[in-house]
Design a protein around this ligand. Structure first.
Ligand code: ADP
Length: 257
């Protein structure tokens, strides 16, 4: 399969390649929908490594990552979880929104994220050494994490950190054009709207309009939905439930479409 389309923000491709060569784990910080997952997919393809992606949530246990015993017709057998498979195969393991996972989950990452590069499998008594090429990548959104939930310093200090924001204007227009299949003048208007909505962060909105939302609106416009309607259902409604805020934001949309 060919590499996915990825528009670099800065030198993140080179940094990822160096960290991979040096067998260092990577932490990507950035708001939702800014291209973190697309970047990791691109790097896996470039480095010709399999990719295991896990979307972390507060019910995710260590066993979900490492594996568990299952019962089959011939008795119990061990089944590797995605992290264990990645460690054995020398793959890239991407834990999206890692701070959502339970604390016991992040603890198992420690010996993997330092020089030991090992994963102890308590249930089977194995101590797995990560195959060459194994890279642990985690991401989190510093915006909506409260301090307590943020990663512990002892965890953070093991990682090479890449800081992502939303793409700069010209890049974002290019991304919206390519991903939504809209003409560049429509993409430019969507991106302009996105930038104005982002300036409202901290005033009225918990979250701001991500590149993903702009692409969704572009795709709807591309399939024949009127631009105002597309912006309302793909950008404004996902951002707020408050009727007054919604009306004010739609007035902003009206200025662009
Ligand atoms: P995140 O993982 O940060 O929440 P994603 O990687 O899923 O965000 O990005 C959302 C969408 O935005 C992607 O599916 C892709 O279409 C687009 N996108 C964002 N940034 C880029 C980029 N730099 N190059 C190409 N596409 C991008």
């Amino acid at each position: 399969m060919s590499e996915p389309y990825y528009q670099p923000q800065a030198d993140e491709i080179e940094l990822f390649q160096s960290a991979h060569r040096q067998q260092l784990p990577i932490l990507i910080k950035g708001p939702t929908g800014c291209g973190k997952t697309r970047f990791v997919e691109t790097m896996a393809r470039k480095l010709e490594r399999p990719l295991y992606t896990v979307a972390c949530h507060d019910d995710l246990t260590a066993a979900d990552l490492v594996g568990r015993h299952l019962i089959g017709s011939t008795g119990t057998y061990w089944q590797d979880g995605p992290l264990t498979r990645a460690v054995r195969e020398g793959a890239i393991c991407y834990l999206d929104e890692v701070v959502e996972a339970r604390k016991d989950t992040t603890v198992i990452l420690h010996p993997l994220a330092d020089d030991r590069r090992t994963l102890p499998l308590e249930r089977t008594g194995e101590e797995l050494k990560a195959a060459p090429g194994f890279t642990l990548v985690v991401s989190y959104n510093p915006g909506y994490q409260n301090l307590l939930k943020g990663l512990k310093p002892s965890t953070r200090q093991r990682f090479v950190c890449l800081n992502f924001g939303y793409p700069q204007r010209e890049h974002e227009i290019e991304i919206v054009c390519r991903e939504a299949g809209v003409a560049s003048n429509i993409a430019a208007r969507l991106v302009e709207l996105g930038h104005e909505l982002r300036r409202l962060e901290q005033h009225d909105l918990e979250e701001v309009a991500s590149t993903r939302l702009l692409i969704h609106a572009g795709r709807m416009i591309n399939s024949g939905v009127a631009p105002m309607r597309a912006c309302r259902s793909c950008i404004i409604e996902p951002l707020t439930d408050d009727a007054d805020v919604l009306q004010a934001l739609m007035a902003l949309v009206d200025l662009h479409f």
